[in-house]
Each structure stands twice: as structure tokens, then as C-alpha cells.
Design a binder for this molecule. Structure first.
Ligand code: AMP
Length: 216
């Protein structure tokens, strides 16, 4: 399974990637999670990325592409790209990497949602900083408020889920990432799903869109 999940922050890409990972053993590659991990460990990459992430801007393409190249080394059995590519330059570099490995994509899934829903979702999102799992206070709450269902540790609100930064991130998506919809449409591999539904309904649509509806 080689998939790209495309869509604005808060559309549910990470949540659905985790579901596919659990059900089918696919490997989620979240560039945001990898960058946050690098920041937590204080690596050179983490230090370089920090300012951009705090401001809700994109980290420079060269850093991201080098990071993905390293990740692909351990992706022989497939991947779900969650939050990558985010610019046309990243998409072109990724195409070249995949062509070299002769790893064609199965599908690019576009998670469609309106801005108001995204702002609401991001401002009520709680994250497990240890593994990136997210919850939503209203639509997908943890069993105990502020505590992860699995590891029992504290949930946090991401610093870039604050209202000022959320608005910036959505603008950045419109300006720099949305052009990828047209880019991938020409490949005939783009599948669109309505990300406004519940987690279960989106999972259902997604399975159908990528031809897995009979697999569970
Ligand atoms: P995310 O968790 O996907 O919302 O990503 C959090 C932040 O990490 C973004 O706002 C960017 O600053 C940075 N980031 C993640 N993925 C990328 C990417 N593919 N290209 C550039 N910046 C990225």
C-alpha cells in the first residue's frame, strides 16, 4: 500500500492513517510527527525546523526532502504519507524518488473540509506528544479528559493549534499545498473523500476509495 493523504490541517489525515496502520499494517509517515520528535530530541534538524513550525510556516523543501529520502529506506512494504508532500517542489522530488525505486503510488486521497470546521477541530484537538495520536473534545474524546486511552499519559494542546497559528497554517495550505490537488488530478490517482463525517464514516469512505472495502 503506497498512499498520500492530502488535505488541510485538522481534516483527519493522521487519525485515518493510524486506523489503516492498525488494520492493515501500513506504515504512517507523518512529517509533522518526525519534526516534533526531532525538536524534542534537540537535533540539528529539530532546531532548524522550530521557528517555521512555531509560526505555522512550512519548513524548507530541502530539509523535508532529505528527511523523506531517509524514511523511504525503511518503507519497502509501503507507506501512508501524512502531511507530505506540501509543495509542488516536494511532490516533484517525491515522484523522482519513487520512479527511481520503481514504487508507483496506489492513490492520493484528498480529505475535503471547510475552513470553519477545521478551525473548530484544531482548537478542540488534544494530542499525545509521545506518539502523535489525537483526540477531539467533542467528536472523539478520550475516556478520561486529558489522558491518553492507551498509555495513560497526559495529552497536550499543540502550540501551533492556537487560533492565530491555525489561521496562518490554513492560509499556507491554500497558497502552497492546494496546487497539489491539480497536480495529482492529472495522474488519475486522486480520490476525494468528505472529511466532515464522523471518524467511522470517513474510515468507511476511505476504505471504499482505495479498494479495501472487503478487506475487514
Ligand atoms: P503537521 O503536524 O502535519 O500539521 O505539521 C506541523 C508543522 O510541521 C507544519 O506546520 C510545518 O511547519 C511542518 N511540516 C510538516 N510537514 C511538512 C512538509 N511536508 N513541508 C514543510 N513543512 C512541514
Amino acid at each position: 500500500m503506497r498512499l498520500i493523504f492530502l488535505g488541510p490541517p485538522g481534516a483527519g489525515k493522521g487519525t485515518q492513517a493510524r486506523i489503516l496502520e492498525r488494520r492493515f499494517g501500513a506504515r504512517q509517515i507523518s512529517t509533522g510527527d518526525i519534526l516534533r520528535e526531532n525538536r524534542a530530541r534537540g537535533t540539528a534538524l529539530g532546531k532548524e525546523a522550530e521557528g517555521y513550525m512555531k509560526r505555522g510556516e512550512l519548513v524548507p523543501d530541502a530539509l523535508i526532502i532529505a528527511m523523506i529520502e531517509r524514511e523511504l529506506d525503511s518503507s519497502r512494504d509501503g507507506f501512508i504519507m501524512d502531511g507530505f508532500p506540501r509543495t509542488v517542489a516536494q511532490a516533484e522530488a517525491f515522484d523522482a524518488l519513487l520512479a527511481r525505486k520503481q514504487w508507483p503510488l496506489d492513490a492520493v486521497v484528498l480529505f475535503d473540509a471547510d475552513r470553519k470546521t477545521l478551525v473548530d477541530r484544531l482548537s478542540s484537538r488534544w494530542t499525545n506528544p509521545r506518539n502523535g495520536r489525537t483526540y477531539n473534545t467533542f467528536s472523539n474524546p478520550p475516556r478520561v479528559a486529558g489522558v491518553d486511552d492507551d498509555d495513560g499519559g497526559a495529552l497536550v494542546q499543540r502550540e501551533d493549534d492556537k487560533p492565530e497559528t491555525v489561521s496562518k497554517r490554513l492560509d499556507v495550505y491554500d497558497e502552497q499545498t492546494k496546487p497539489l490537488v491539480a497536480y495529482y488530478r492529472t495522474t488519475g490517482k486522486l480520490a476525494e473523500i468528505d472529511a466532515l463525517q464522523s471518524v467511522d464514516d470517513v474510515a468507511h469512505q476511505l476504505a471504499h476509495a482505495i479498494g479495501l472495502e472487503h478487506a475487514h
